[in-house]
Design a protein around this ligand. Structure first.
Ligand code: JFZ
Length: 590
């Protein structure tokens, strides 16, 4: 009897200790079904946001694309790797890092002015330097720089005040500062044990960023490589235990992410929704981290068009700024983003919370987004006073311009609608035409639906990634030019089919070439980023007297659903003046 009572007391005491212990630290970890429910809700919120600000900021902003007086090609934040800078030397940059002009409020305000609904900033990039206060590693902005403050505190709070969702980029696999992480073979040629690096740096730092900056909308991991599935699973579980609403991107590796990243600046050529939510990370010039000599700024017309394009295909757009070492976002970046914000102020209804197009896209005249009872036609290339739009079966009750509310007259012509447009676009970048439908969701005629591709497909230069530091796009002639050959980082057009194409294709080229510029070799190949290229077509470019012509090219290219890219390059000394408007793929039936 006595012993029994004593046992009960011991058990009760033990339980209350356990209980008290659990209460004083954190709530019980959510179970898997709870995590999945919260993740699905977070994904829905993320999908509605559409447009976010990416910020690459770190020690690399000091050299800013130049090392020992020499210009370094390629993206700025990779300078340590490209120049094989020893840790001992690179580390010294921290002693100079003093971003006295940084203002979290100004950055968050810029994001808000741009119409961006979320922000993702580098907490630690591949160089291994933490831009937040870390107890896990003294190599951080508070302990290793004269600045001595944690800018992420101010920035996360400034975003929270404005209702901008906040997230961190974290390089979990590459860390050029650590002997047991991937990447730095010049200081650390010996074999590595990533487990040591994970335990000592990644897990504690990820716990820090999840604990000290409020609610994180997402963690943007990058470039998976040597970490095992078990290690990535542990990382994923750590995040979801601390913040079950925090989303993970696919670059965490081993399929453990909640949504997909496309390649950098890589936009699927057609509507792409079958693998869930996705996001395009993209640059405003040719670098992520600040480079003082990169003035290759994208045209707001291009960026606004790309935003409409991406949203019409089901994605989000994460657009990057690279602040200087002083903490200033370059003026051209600010101007571009505020121009985008002005467009969104008038046309945001067609972007935020909108669903992708139910139509495939035949060319680059228009893109489409959808909301209940409404179809938004984004007119990117003005078709003139008559706009023929095919494939919509739903009755249209009313048509008007979103920006000014003006009614747009139209009539039906069989399966087509014909709109009477003004001679000039209402908006120089993207005029949104709203169709009020009798149906809740648009009914689309057979043969016009997303996924139903015709046997002839146009791939415009505008829809490709312009790859390289010299290549340019010209809106007046709708063509890419300046295909300067370069040993590394050649100037090329890269199209991303993302499973939309399958089979053998003959190719037509629409281009212009002055007589003096003829003779370069045009290459058309398929391949992935890391898989070898399969060359398809090689052709000596002939002169067209400067006029645009369409020519059938000899040979064929083969595209299967796993093909990463279709690549067009031009070699030879005179190649820079050739203008490429589009290629047309003609499916070969077997
Ligand atoms: C990575 C980083 O290496 C780079 O510095 C930058 O942070 C960028 C946002 O992400 O670069 C990548 C990663 C993946 C692809 C391309 C560039 N990809 O899958 O095509």
């Amino acid at each position: 009897m006595e012993r029994k009572t004593a046992n009960v007391i011991v058990i009760a005491l033990g339980l209350s200790f356990l209980f008290a212990g659990a209460c004083s630290t954190s709530p019980p970890p959510p179970d898997e079904s709870e995590i999945q429910k919260r993740t699905a809700e977070a994904l829905k919120r993320f999908d509605d946001m559409k447009f976010g600000m990416f910020i690459h900021w770190g020690l690399y902003a000091i050299p800013a694309g130049e090392w020992k007086g020499k210009y370094v090609r390629g993206i700025g934040e990779w300078i340590m790797f490209r120049e094989k800078i020893p840790v001992a030397e690179y580390e010294k940059l921290a002693e100079q890092f003093n971003p006295v002009k940084f203002s979290g409020d100004e950055w968050a305000q810029l994001a808000q002015d741009a119409g961006m609904r979320y922000m993702v900033i580098t907490s630690k990039h591949h160089d291994g330097f933490a831009m937040f206060h870390s107890k896990a590693s003294p190599y951080n902005i508070v302990d290793a720089t004269p600045y001595g403050k944690d800018p992420m505190k101010e920035l996360s709070a400034a975003c929270a005040r404005r209702g901008i969702a906040f997230g961190f980029y974290y390089s979990q696999d590459q860390d050029w500062h650590e002997p047991n992480a991937r990447g730095n073979t010049w200081d650390f040629p010996e074999e590595r044990n990533p487990e040591i690096y994970l335990r000592n740096k990644v897990f504690p730092q990820v716990e820090e960023i999840l604990s000290n900056y409020g609610k994180l909308a997402l963690i943007w991991f990058d470039t998976p490589g040597i970490l095992s599935e078990a290690q990535v699973t542990e990382l994923r579980d750590l995040v979801k235990r601390l913040q079950p609403d925090c989303l993970l991107n696919s670059r965490i590796g081993h399929g453990k992410g909640d949504y997909i990243q496309t390649g950098d600046n890589a936009i699927p050529i057609q509507v792409y929704t079958k693998d869930g939510k996705w996001e395009v990370p993209a640059t405003l010039n040719d670098t992520w981290g600040y480079k003082k000599n990169d003035h290759h700024w994208k045209d707001p017309r291009d960026l606004i068009g790309k935003l409409a394009d991406i949203v019409s295909k089901g994605g989000n757009y994460l657009l990057n700024v690279g602040p200087t070492a002083e903490g200033v976002i370059p003026k051209p970046s600010q101007d571009i983003l505020r121009t985008m914000g002005k467009w969104l102020e008038a046309n945001g209804e067609s972007i935020y919370g909108a669903s992708p197009s139910p139509f495939y896209f035949p060319d680059i005249t228009w893109r489409a987004t959808v909301k209940p009872g409404k179809l938004y036609l984004h007119i990117l290339n003005w078709p003139g006073k008559k706009f023929r739009f095919e494939g919509l079966e739903s009755e249209v009750k009313r048509a008007y311009f979103l920006a000014n509310g003006d009614e747009v007259p139209f009539r039906r012509d069989g399966a087509a609608l014909i709109f009477d447009l003004p001679a000039q676009p209402v908006d120089p970048y993207d005029t949104v035409l709203v169709l009020e439908l009798a149906d809740e969701t648009p009914r689309v005629a057979d043969g016009y639906r997303a996924g139903q591709l015709p046997d002839r497909m146009d791939l415009y230069a505008w829809a490709a990634r312009l790859r390289g530091e010299e290549i340019r796009y010209d809106f007046d002639t709708l063509s890419a030019t300046n295909f300067v050959p370069a040993e590394q980082f050649a100037n090329e057009l890269w199209w991303y089919p993302y499973g939309a194409l399958d089979g053998e294709y003959e190719v037509e080229l629409t281009y212009a070439c002055d007589n003096a510029e003829a003779g370069g070799t045009l290459r058309l190949a398929t391949g992935g980023r890391r898989t070898p290229r399969k060359s398809g077509i090689e052709w000596k470019v002939s002169a067209t007297g400067g006029k645009f012509v369409t020519r059938k090219l000899p040979g064929k290219i083969t595209v299967d659903p796993k093909t990463g890219m279709i690549i067009l390059g031009i070699d030879g000394e005179q190649s820079s003046g050739i203008r490429v408007r589009k290629i047309t793929l003609i499916r070969q039936t077997v």
